[in-house]
Design a protein around this ligand. Structure first.
Ligand SMILES: [Zn+2]
Length: 684
């Protein structure tokens, strides 16, 4: 592993923080923590931690020996000084005299001794850092190290690779007991430069930030070299069918199968992140893949990301794609049942009351294709994929030098259901649309952009489709929540299909369509050119129908229902003069909404329409508003608020109606009017 220490970069950080009154050693601690945290082969999403022992002054001027240790919730790769809260060292050291200390008391002790009480919770490995005497302590879950220690006979392997330079600590769950055991191992031979924590990771330590970092990189490199030197060749890969299906072919069925059914047609959905590479494909060809997947995770804290390990599917043959959903269903049922057994068996071992987490896989391996990370958000799905890549590397290394033998499921359970680990996940409370994907056409227009933003605020990932790709990307960025923009002419069926493919490629599927794009052409109906009317039908009817067909195709594959929402406008039911070319296809689209409600209700697809009027949007331009208010002898303000409420109706109000339809799980074949109240145009 390349050593990234750079004197100039280190001094630049020291100078940058000196200007903010932060001392040199804390600045260097930040620097090497970032170096470690930026390398996924060392540290993944919240795993690993570092510390430095300093003297700091409190508010009243008293000086204390403190341990600045990584705080919970901080990512090492982008850490800042507040991510290394200072804890008074003396009370931590005093705790070592105790015979035992519960996790809750340990957290309380650490928090009670924070120099700044608003700081984050110090790491659960704080006491281990405190009990070691060196100034700088670094801890990672290095993939190469894991290859050596996820073995039945890990201790002699470590001795062969590192000699006596690293102490060896048998597996103990992080916390007080591990901290004491690690300190005792160190004290037996104080010449060691670090500690191996069996089935878990590695600590290195030194008096300077650079030395502790250098040692980490050196030992990781020794582990890499050991694997390369002593590793046996890989088994021959299994043969693949000649006509492989694609990830896109199977993603919606897989996404639907891992959704958590809550009964009565309600689901907690997840999104999927597909990933592939030569290294992934090479590993997936291992004839013992299914067996390896069942053994466990490479370091225990990965269990909060991918549970007991990945689910494995068989290779999808393009010629037998129709049967594949059954294959997926069988594999998911088997995984869920094994997970439920794992929970019940281990939960029964004591009197602690626990609630089982959902039994769905978070990582799916598909030989020949790649892997899917699953999560309630795209961020979580990508973390699952990141974890999967590092799990693969650790397993490949372990199998090369021996056989993969990580922590047993019983010990893993203790970690997965440990309150301190679950707390890391609890910060992300799901929103009403968390896990759902919405595609909005006309997404860069006033109503479309407001809708994408509102849905994203409620937890959905939005696919913002607009004829202008730049504006689509801009609206997606404004919507946030990792939404994406897609430029396409929705009247071109092939282009429209690519927009839906994009939803499948990026998020694994789709749950809600907001078919919103439209445009109005004026003209007396008796004089109307056929070509103009047909053009209007292409956009204001056929594009809706084609979008709905694409959405329903994905909904059917997922098997978790879905929502179709159409912007039909007031014209669909209450014609305005010279707007026949607009109203006719809109009326057909209103009917279309009901037809979908009728035909696809039995598979849980709801279909609703929004009938909005007088919205400042691309259709109703400022010029039109000026002309119309003038024609009626009204001020623009009076024209725009000419409704029962006497208030202007905005794009946000229309977005709220779409949101209402997305959330109201027993509402279908409905039309919601958004016009501030207009008795003459009321639906009857
Ligand atoms: Zn650790």
């Amino acid at each position: 592993m390349k050593n990234l220490w750079n004197d100039a970069a280190a001094e630049a950080i020291v100078a940058q923080y000196a200007a903010k009154g932060i001392d040199r050693e804390l600045a260097l601690r930040v620097y090497t923590t970032r170096l470690l945290g930026g390398e996924p082969r060392l540290v993944l999403h919240g795993g690993g931690n570092t510390s430095v022992k300093l003297r700091q002054t409190d508010l009243v001027g008293d000086e204390w020996d403190v341990l600045c240790v990584k705080g919970s919730g901080w990512d090492m790769g982008v850490i800042e000084p507040p991510g290394l809260p200072a804890v008074k060292l003396a009370p931590l050291l005093k705790a070592r005299r105790l015979a035992s200390l519960t996790d809750e008391d340990m957290v309380a002790l650490q928090r009670a001794n924070l120099l700044d009480p608003t700081g984050p919770n110090p790491s659960v490995e704080t006491l281990l850092h405190a009990f070691l005497p060196q100034k700088f302590v670094d801890h990672t879950h290095s993939t190469a190290i894991l290859s050596l220690i996820d073995q039945a006979d890990s201790q002699p392997i470590c001795a062969a690779a590192f000699g006596r330079r690293l102490g060896f600590v048998p597996y103990i769950k992080p916390g007080f007991d591990l901290a004491k055991a690690a300190a005792e191992v160190f004290e037996q031979d104080t010449s060691v430069e670090g500690l191996i924590l069996d089935k878990h990771g590695i600590f290195t330590f030194a008096e300077t930030a650079k030395d502790a970092y250098d040692r980490m990189i050196e030992f990781v490199t020794l582990a890499e070299d050991f694997v390369a030197r002593t590793g046996k060749s890989r088994p021959a890969p299994v043969a693949l069918p000649s006509g492989l299906a694609t990830a896109r072919d199977i993603a919606p069925a897989l996404r639907g199968a891992v959704a958590v059914a809550k009964g009565e047609g309600r689901y907690d959905r997840m999104v999927s992140d597909f990933r592939t590479s030569p290294a992934i494909l090479d590993f997936l060809g291992n004839p013992r893949l299914a067996e390896l997947a069942r053994i466990g995770v490479s370091t225990p804290d990965l269990s909060i990301r991918i549970k007991t390990g990945p689910m494995v599917l068989s290779t999808p043959d393009a010629a037998k794609l129709a049967d594949y959903p059954r294959v997926i269903g069988g594999a998911v049922a088997e995984f869920a049942s094994a997970y439920t057994d794992y929970f019940r068996t281990n939960d029964a071992r004591d009197d602690v009351k626990r609630t089982m987490l959902d039994p769905m896989p978070r990582l799916t391996l598909v030989p020949g294709l790649g892997m899917f990370g699953h999560g309630r958000t795209l961020k979580d799905a990508r973390i699952a994929s990141d974890v999967g890549e590092m799990w693969i590397e650790a397993v490949v290394g372990a199998e090369a030098i021996g056989s993969f033998h990580p922590l047993a499921h019983a010990d893993l359970f203790e970690l997965e259901y440990w309150s301190l680990e679950q707390a890391k996940l609890a910060v992300n409370k799901p929103k009403p649309l968390t896990g759902q994907v919405v595609l909005v056409t006309g997404g860069a227009g006033a109503i479309g952009a407001a809708t994408a933003k509102l849905f994203a605020d409620y937890g959905a990932h939005a696919v913002v489709v607009d004829i202008d790709p730049d504006r689509a990307a801009e609206a997606a960025k404004k919507a946030g929540n990792q939404s994406i923009g897609v430029g396409c002419d929705i009247t071109d069926p092939a282009a429209l299909r690519t927009a839906f493919d994009k939803a499948v490629d990026v998020f694994g599927g789709l749950d809600i369509l907001v078919s919103n794009a439209g445009n109005a052409w004026e003209g007396m109906i008796g004089d109307l050119d056929d070509a103009l009317l047909r053009k209007s039908f292409e956009l204001n009817f056929f594009a809706h129908q084609n979008a709905a067909q694409n959405a329903v195709r994905i909904f059917k594959a997922q098997g978790t229902g879905g929502v179709l929402l159409f912007n039909t406008s007031k014209q669909a039911i209450n014609p305005g003069a010279k707007f026949g070319a607009y109203g006719l296809p809109k009326a057909a689209t209103l009917f279309l909404s009901r037809q979908y409600a009728l035909e696809y209700g039995p598979i849980g697809v709801r279909s609703n329409a929004v009938n909005a009027d007088r919205i400042r949007s691309g259709l109703l331009t400022d010029e039109m508003i000026a002309n119309r208010s003038k024609a009626r002898g009204l001020s623009e303000k009076d024209y725009m608020s000419g409704n029962l409420l006497g208030l202007e109706v905005t794009a946000f109000d229309v977005a709220q109606a779409f949101l209402h339809h997305a959330l109201a799980e027993r509402t279908t074949a409905d039309v919601t009017t958004v016009d501030g109240g207009n008795i003459a145009a009321t639906l009857r």
